[in-house]
Design a protein around this ligand. Structure first.
Ligand code: COA
Length: 295
């Protein structure tokens, strides 16, 4: 499906032609994705149709420095072009943090102009938001500041009971700048978002679940199992329908109801141009499981 039809995701990597190869490991049915570039701060692994992207700076609680942001966006550009990847899971290395926010050390000497330039470059947050395939955040620990904003840009959030969430930027004399004031507010409502952003309070996973910030909270040793269960269930669906469904849902928070309903009709009708729709309907009538090919 050409990315030009998608208003949300057609902006960034249209025309990209990247070469990469997938090879399978002998262990636990895992495979390592061989990307066309090498990355230092992020790991990518495969389990069948799911790619697991791990921010790998555990000594710094996976804080996002410029390099990590750039590598994250570049990896997503590569994964979007790989038809064998149906779903991405995003997580942090180690057992302490998902992502503890922007790398505060980088703020120390940065001027306002330099900071603006950094933020106007294609951001990791926008790369996640515009990613056409489902992205699930597997939140294993501190999910703070830019880390919370990364999770918010994902489609679904699964948290370990040991995870904690917050927008503590106010404690540094700044405000969320990775979409937190907008996405958090849309997700949990103005009152809860305002309290988190104005107080900088860190909330536990159960509270995050109660206010609708995360979809599920599970025991730490069940986090991967639960996340993979959901990711695999999604990976079984038609990639075309998933992409159009994502686009339709995202329109809901970006337009008014009438416009959103009109766009939904267009995207619904577009599904009828796919072989996957024929297969889905046929499989139902033949009482068998559909095999979607993404065509
Ligand atoms: N930016 C840069 N470095 C960070 C970081 C961040 N956001 N979060 C953690 N680190 C670094 C620490 O400076 C420390 O580095 P050092 O070992 O070289 O001194 C290392 O990660 C471990 O952090 P530490 O505070 O010792 O770990 P902890 O487990 O006791 O506490 C946190 C973890 C996340 C609660 C704490 O590090 C923290 O509050 N971080 C900042 C969170 C934040 O304000 N994020 C929003 C940024 S806009």
């Amino acid at each position: 499906m050409p990315s030009s039809i998608c208003v949300i995701c057609g902006l960034s990597s249209f025309g990209l032609c990247l070469l990469f190869v997938v090879y399978f490991s002998k262990f636990h049915n895992w495979s390592r994705v061989k990307l066309s570039q090498s990355y230092e701060t992020i790991l990518v692994e495969r389990r069948e149709r799911v790619a697991i992207v791990t921010i790998n700076r555990p000594d710094k609680r996976n804080a996002l420095n410029i390099q990590t942001r750039a590598e994250g966006a570049a990896i997503l550009d590569e994964l979007r072009e790989d038809d064998s990847v149906r779903v991405v899971v995003l997580t942090g290395a180690g057992d302490k943090a998902f992502i503890a926010g922007a790398d505060i050390a980088e703020f120390a000497t940065r001027t306002a102009i330099a900071q603006r330039e950094v933020m106007l470059e294609r951001s990791l947050f926008n790369a996640i938001d515009g990613f056409p395939k489902p992205i699930v955040a597997m939140v294993n620990g501190y999910c703070l500041g830019g880390g919370c904003e990364v999770a918010l840009a994902c489609d679904i959030r699964i948290a370990s009971e040991k995870a904690s969430f917050g927008q503590p930027e106010i404690n540094l004399g700044i405000i969320p700048g990775g979409g937190g004031t907008q996405r958090l507010t849309r997700l949990v409502g103005e009152g809860k978002a305002m309290e988190m952003i104005l107080t900088g309070e860190i909330i536990d996973a159960q509270t995050a679940f109660t206010i609708g910030l995360v979809n599920h909270v599970v025991a730490a040793d069940q986090l991967e199992t639960k996340t993979m269960e959901i990711a695999n269930r999604i990976a079984d669906k038609s990639p075309i329908a998933l992409r159009l469904a994502k686009e339709a849902v995202k329109i809901a928070s970006r337009s008014n109801l009438d416009e959103g309903l009109k766009r939904e009709v267009d995207l619904f009708a577009l599904c009828f141009s796919s072989e996957d729709k024929d297969e889905g309907v046929k499989a139902f009538l033949e009482k068998r499981k559909a095999e979607f090919k993404g065509k």
